[in-house]
Design a protein. Structure first.
Length: 679
């Protein structure tokens, strides 16, 4: 069922490190703590240097060129030739040289470009609370264009010039590196073409990986594989692992059948022999490493930009290490993420399309495990990691995504509704309703939950009428499907009552709340948490009608019942303290309201932490109560605290940030002018 909002609180809608820098655990970045420009800032996951890295001096010279005129380098070439590897080597050099900013941005889709730059704006401290992702990205681009110290931005795997052109800073001291298969990017700046290895490079590479001293045999194998870095790495790893000669590997390679669907997997640029090399490496791993087959299939439908290791089950660590040794996976620079090459992913997906549903189900189960074990409501970093992967899986799922994936996306949409971007949440919930109706039908329970989530999103967007319409639709469906006294029907009736309150129709809401209370008292008893919560919503509705004495008396009784039946630090007690505070304040007793709110805030900080959404809500409400008493100084201090804490955890467009900013803008006193110098 849709989760309840912030307790029914009527006052707030529920909706190498240098000076001044710090490493944020789990984010792989160095960020400045203040508003000053950072000393060294690294954003994004730079791929790790491969153990068998092949030096390519001409390419590195093209990347290092510093002509101060052409700031864009287009690193273009066919798939699997090593474009990303060379760009990553250059990024590591720039990081070691102390560049002020080194940013690695995945550029395959326009949303990824804007999102990566918006993330940079966050780290630079230049994103404003009301900025959309595109507006924040523009601020980052403009900052880079005005930078006076050396900076580097890598746009990895760019596809369309039109998608990227507007985001490229064309002035300043920022170098831009674009890795791409599209030669049209060469017109944006200096071209740094990456071709396949030369025969000499291939022979040297294979000798280093395999330990074999057979240059003619290495040259023959390299020619067979089109001198492609990815195929050579996987072939070399198999030769070393199996103790093969080059000639022996070639016999196995040439005997490998290739399904028709895999021929020309990347066009003429990726020969069939290279695809055979990938499949040989995959099948060798599947036959000799327990669990490799399922893990490889999982990676084939996850993000090609990398998967955080924390998302993967603990029992996969040994398998990961073995697959990295075989060049089927690679580490990110800090080893906190694992990457599978896009060509390897596609070969795995297309070698037997009948395996795809099982791969999607296994992946959805891993995401579900991370969701239940790590991705908490108050941790936007873990939520973002989860949804980056879930959206890729969803794209591979076509018209029939796994049911658990629908549940994860529904949960994420609710998180976005209350923590980040309500407009984006509306889009997500609409998509989820459409998916549920198509996969499960319009009357399935999960579909009705999704419609309730959509109503919630409309409510946060202040479209109370559409929210009420959808809640009433869900109630009618539950009454038809399950009957008037089913628990789901009663919950839906409560949602309609709350929506009526939100739209100002309190006289209609009160009877519905009373019917819900009566049902729970009859079926669950007077002390059940659902019964007490229903009483709380009824008390709030009484207060909305102006029946303050009745509301306060009921709130006092509910708080006493919660304290009698629950652990002292239970969340329901804190929420009830907040609602009782609001009831007193609404009745005009600000002194009592403030005292109770102070108590509730301290309680919430202790059990949920200062950055939890409910704690931030409570702090802002307290600020506004002080403002009503004329204590502007205290209100300003509390709003400053809300702003500082909320900017760490909530989306830049969240109402709490906007409201706090607005209050501070209108009530802060201007700084006094500096003293005149002595004459």
């Amino acid at each position: 069922m849709p989760q309840e909002g912030a307790s029914g609180d009527r006052s707030v809608a529920t909706g190498s490190v240098g000076e001044g820098a710090v490493v944020i655990p789990g984010d792989h970045n160095v960020v400045n703590l203040g508003r000053r420009p950072p000393s060294h800032l690294v954003v994004g996951e730079i791929p790790q240097r491969p153990p068998s890295f092949q030096e390519r001096p001409e390419i590195m010279a093209g990347l290092r060129a510093d002509d101060r005129v052409t700031v864009v380098r287009s690193v273009s070439g066919a798939p699997g030739v090593g474009k990303t590897t060379m760009a990553a080597a250059h990024a590591r050099e720039c990081q070691a040289a102390g560049y002020q900013v080194v940013a690695w941005i995945h550029a395959e889709e326009r949303e990824g470009i804007a999102g990566g730059l918006a993330r940079l704006a966050d780290r630079l401290g230049i994103r404003r609370p009301q900025d959309t992702a595109a507006e924040a990205a523009e601020r980052a681009r403009d900052w880079l264009a005005a930078a006076t110290k050396p900076c580097l931005v890598v746009f990895d795997n760019a596809e369309q010039v039109a998608d990227l052109r507007r985001w490229v800073p064309a002035t300043g001291s920022t170098q831009v590196v674009i890795t791409t298969r599209n030669r049209a990017f060469d017109r944006l700046g200096a071209a740094v073409p990456v071709e396949v290895f030369t025969s000499e490079e291939s022979v040297a590479f294979l000798a280093r990986v395999t330990g074999l001293d057979d240059p003619p045999g290495a040259a023959e194998l390299a020619a067979e594989l089109g001198q492609l870095a990815l195929a050579l790495a996987q072939a070399g790893a198999m030769i070393e692992e199996r103790g093969l000669t080059y000639a022996g590997y070639l016999r196995v390679l040439r005997a490998k059948p290739l399904a028709q669907g895999l021929r020309g997997i990347e066009g003429d640029a990726y020969p069939d022999s290279a695809v055979r090399a990938i499949l040989l490496a995959v099948e060798a791993a599947e036959s000799s490493i327990a669990g490799a087959g399922e893990l490889l299939s999982v990676f084939s439908v996850l993000s090609p930009d990398g998967v955080p290791r924390e998302m993967l089950p603990d029992d996969t660590e040994d398998v990961l290490v073995a697959l990295v040794r075989r060049s089927l996976l690679t580490w990110s620079q800090d080893r906190r993420a694992v990457v599978m090459h896009r060509v390897t992913q596609r070969a795995l997906r297309e070698r037997d399309p009948s395996r795809l549903p099982a791969a999607l189900e296994a992946t959805a189960e891993i995401l579900r495990g991370y969701w239940l074990g790590h991705a908490t409501w108050g941790d936007p970093d873990s939520v973002g990691k989860l949804m980056t992967q879930a959206e890729v899986v969803h794209a591979h799922s076509g018209d029939h995504p796994p049911i658990w994936l629908l549940r994860v996306r529904s949960w994420y949409a609710k998180h976005v509704t209350h923590h980040d971007d309500p407009a984006r949440a509306l889009e997500l919930t609409m998509q989820n309703v459409a998916d549920c109706e198509r996969v499960l039908g319009p009357h399935d329970r999960l579909t009705l939950y999704a419609i309730s989530d959509l109503a919630d999103a409309y409510g946060v967007m202040d479209d109370e009428q559409e929210a009420l319409r959808l809640y009433r639709h869900v109630l009618a469906e539950w009454e038809r499907i399950a009957g008037p006294d089913d628990e789901e029907t009663v919950e839906a009736r409560s949602d309609v009552a709350r929506s009526l309150d939100d739209s100002g129709q309190h006289e209609l809401a009160v009877p519905l709340h009373e019917s819900v209370v009566a049902h729970y008292e009859r079926t669950l008893g007077p002390d059940h948490r659902k019964t007490l919560r229903a009483h709380r919503r009824l008390a709030n509705s009484y207060g909305d009608t102006g029946a303050y004495e009745q509301a306060i008396a009921l709130h006092e009784r509910i708080l006493a019942d919660f304290r009698r039946t629950l652990d002292p630090d239970h969340d329901d007690i804190v929420r009830q303290e907040e609602d009782l505070s609001s009831a007193y304040a609404d009745s005009g007793d600000l002194e009592r309201g403030i005292a109770l709110r102070e108590q509730a805030l301290a309680h919430s900080e202790r059990i949920s932490g200062p950055t939890h959404l409910f704690t931030l809500n409570s702090r802002y409400v307290l600020a506004m109560l002080y403002a009503q008493t004329g204590d502007t100084d205290t209100a300003i201090r509390l709003c400053e605290e809300v702003l500082e804490l909320a900017e760490r955890t909530l989306g830049a467009g969240h109402k709490l940030i906007t409201w706090s900013q607005d209050y501070l803008t209108s009530h802060r006193r201007p700084a006094p002018p500096p003293d005149e110098p002595a004459g």
